[in-house]
Design a protein around this ligand. Structure first.
Ligand SMILES: Nc1ncnc2c1ncn2[C@@H]1O[C@H](COP(=O)(O)OP(=O)(O)OP(=O)(O)O)[C@@H](O)[C@H]1O
Ligand SMILES: Nc1ccn([C@H]2C[C@H](O)[C@@H](COP(=O)(O)O)O2)c(=O)n1
Length: 211
């Protein structure tokens, strides 16, 4: 499951994994965990060489339970801190560093290799697992995505969310290494006018049809 920020990848992937009895992996959380660690260490995130030099150090461990996705860095539970604005504002710069991607993609492939999993991110169908049985590219209008996100962040406005998401999507889709893109063979699913339950139902229908 790939797509831009706020398109519904996490909610839909978790819902589909639950319904299908599969594991679930949030690869964005891994980039966020790496970013959290870099911030804790005081690494200069504007210097890709500094990020590359340190990215092999943290032990990042991802859980795969769709009912309680967990993520730890060096044994610390970072599920909460990785959603804070400092990490969200910095993660695209860290995710653009090729050495970071190489390390996290290798970890992701280890987890996916055990099978029976729904994986969400930006480059899953194109780079991480191009042979996935079903590849879905989730979209929604920028307004719908911003409205959904602003509903879950207290005190935020739709306009501010839309601006922040546009900035992150531009960075994620224009970076040189593994940018956000629709993979060959992916099915595009526009969720703008659909409820979450309708999107999950459509994903389950596609999985049944294709597997
Ligand atoms: N079809 C939908 N209709 C209404 N709300 C939705 C729909 N899909 C997702 N949402 C809500 O939109 C918000 C963003 O969804 P979610 O976190 O799953 O997106 P995402 O693509 O994983 O975002 P990010 O890449 O930024 O982590 C959540 O509050 C979720 O409940
Ligand atoms: N496979 C992935 C997953 C995520 N990223 C980057 C791009 C996002 O801005 C950031 C956080 O992801 P989110 O939690 O918002 O889904 O991580 C990536 O480059 N590749």
């Amino acid at each position: 499951m790939d797509g831009p920020s706020g398109s519904g990848k996490s909610s839909v992937s978790r819902g589909a994994a639950r319904a299908l009895g599969l594991r679930y992996l949030d690869t964005g959380a891994m980039y966020r965990a790496m970013t959290w660690w870099m911030l804790q260490q005081g690494v200069d995130l504007t210097d890709p060489a500094a990020v590359a030099a340190r990215c092999g150090e943290p032990a990042i461990v991802s859980g795969t339970d769709p009912d309680g996705p967990a993520i730890h860095v060096d044994g610390v539970d970072v599920a909460g801190p990785i959603r804070e604005s400092d990490v969200t504002g910095a993660v695209s710069a860290v995710a653009a560093v090729p050495e970071v991607r190489a390390r996290l993609v290798a970890l992701q492939r280890e987890i996916i290799g055990a099978g029976d999993i729904v994986v969400e991110g930006r480059d899953i169908g194109s780079v991480v697992w191009p042979d996935a049985a079903v590849k879905i590219y989730l979209t929604a209008s920028p307004e719908a995505r911003a409205r959904r996100r602003s509903a879950e962040v207290a005190g935020s406005t739709v306009e501010a969310q839309q601006e922040a998401m546009a900035r992150r999507d531009t960075l994620d889709s224009t970076r040189k290494t593994d940018p956000l893109s629709m993979a060959a063979g992916a099915i595009e699913l526009d969720t703008t006018a659909l409820t979450l339950d309708e999107v999950i139902a459509e994903v389950l229908r596609l999985v049944k049809e294709r597997t």
